[in-house]
Design a protein around this ligand. Structure first.
Ligand code: GLC
Length: 425
């Protein structure tokens, strides 16, 4: 078998759980969920704080049910979940002593606490998203993204040093008040503000000191523990300076992170499953976002999508959880993963009767469809093994293993064939 392709799980400082998990849930929830037209609504529509406050006054997440969310995530095959503790609008879903602009002041509920407890109870790893931008804080300078750009606020004296200590204080609250946190997702750097504006060095040291085992992303503009391609699907392992890096592709259901009522640009569940498998095949993770409604519930489309994904992962989870790149030449039109001595061939296009696998003759002991555990016969062109018949398929090079597939494509989102490799492979 060819040398394994670069795999981030071989990184020396790998905590292990992240690669094994492979699939996570991202949750974007906040005041913007009431506007229901994208989480950047305040910036896009250049709203004053006072105008935006109409959502604060009506914020009532009566249907935000963290336990239900945790169950849905686990049943969808997700093994970790990340919640927006504060998004760019500055509204906090946790109990902060440093501001009144929180869900606790607005409703008496610490949604971060509810989330962390529920995810833990369901056996999921816990991640927190924290926005580096803050359009509510009086010391956050007005830049191109700020809702008050082009207003006199641009010329107000604002002190980023004070904002930095506010952030530091809040991150400390998050990392000391909620038990062990597995992952921290900072968001984001851009030309006007980067590591210097955020005090990235100091913030990172504090995070490491408070939670030594935590994984931190790279969006403070300094290297973290993993990189975060956004709404982009890598089709090969990612590297930095020739060295494999741990990565996680983050994706939306419909292009918006926050609830976006009139946006119907939904990815279909079969595509999402292919994206998940492609991530694993390339050594990465996928975190899929939901934007609960203004009342905090998942809308029917999100629920149906997660349910469909869950039906697939229930039968095929072992081709993704704990799996990684296959490390051999992938047949055209197949996505391949490997877990120990098993290879998983995912077939987005169902071929007629045969699938040829060059180089695998003599290396496979058993083959089956994964969804129902039904045996798949095979033949090998080199004559070494003849499990079911010894007719070498014409035109195939020596060393080819040919699987004999049923005519009917299995009725699952993405059919998977599990190959058990011979000893020593
Ligand atoms: C972007 C957006 C933000 C979203 C994030 C998720 O940085 O600004 O709204 O939360 O991506 O990765």
């Amino acid at each position: 078998m060819a040398a394994a392709s670069p795999d981030a799980s071989q990184l020396p400082d790998s905590p292990g759980w992240f690669e094994a998990a492979r699939f996570g849930l991202f949750v974007h929830f906040g005041l913007y969920s009431l506007a229901a037209r994208h989480e950047w609504v305040r910036s896009r529509e250049a709203m004053s704080q006072q105008e935006y406050d109409r959502y604060l006054h009506r914020f009532d997440p009566d249907l935000f049910d963290a336990r239900q969310l945790a169950r849905t995530a686990r049943e969808s095959g997700m093994r970790y979940a990340v919640l927006t503790t504060k998004h760019h609008d500055g509204f906090c879903l946790f109990d902060s002593a440093l501001t009144d602009y929180t869900s606790v002041r607005a409703t008496g509920r610490d949604l971060v606490r509810e989330f962390v407890d529920a995810m833990r109870a369901e056996g999921l790893r816990v991640g927190l998203y924290y926005s580096l931008l803050d359009w509510h804080h009086p010391d956050f300078t007005v830049d191109e993204h700020h809702p008050l750009r082009g207003t006199p606020a641009e010329r107000e004296p604002r002190d980023m040093a004070r904002y930095r200590s506010y952030m530091e204080g809040q991150v400390r609250e998050l990392l000391t008040g909620y038990g062990p946190i597995d992952l921290l997702f900072f968001d984001f750097s851009y030309p006007a503000k980067g590591p210097e504006a955020w005090g990235a060095g100091q913030l990172m040291s504090m995070v490491r000191e408070l939670q030594p085992g935590i994984l931190v992303n790279d969006r403070m503009g300094v290297p973290g523990d993993y990189v975060t391609p956004e709404q982009y699907q890598p089709d090969r392992p990612l590297e930095r300076d020739g060295v494999p890096v741990r990565w996680e592709a983050c994706h939306t259901l419909n292009g918006s992170w926050g609830y976006d009522r009139d946006n119907h640009d939904y990815k279909d569940p079969a595509l999402l499953v292919r994206m998940l498998v492609q991530s694993v095949a390339c050594g990465g993770n996928l975190i899929l976002n939901v934007g609960p409604t203004g009342r905090g519930a998942l809308d029917p489309r999100a629920r149906a999508t997660l349910r469909a994904i869950g039906e697939w992962t229930e039968l095929h989870g072992r081709s993704v959880h704990g799996a990684g790149p296959a490390g051999f030449e992938t047949p055209a039109n197949a996505l391949c993963t490997r877990r120990g001595r098993h290879l998983y061939l995912h077939l987005p296009a169902w071929p007629l009767k045969h699938l040829h696998l060059p180089g695998l003759a003599g290396r496979v002991r058993y083959a089956q469809l994964l969804h129902d555990g039904s045996e798949i016969g095979f033949q090998e062109t080199d004559g070494a093994r003849h499990e079911h018949n010894n007719l070498a398929p014409p035109g195939q090079p020596a060393g080819t293993l040919t699987l004999n597939l049923p005519i009917a494509r299995p009725d699952v989102l993405l059919p998977v064939i599990e190959l058990e490799l011979a000893e020593g492979e």
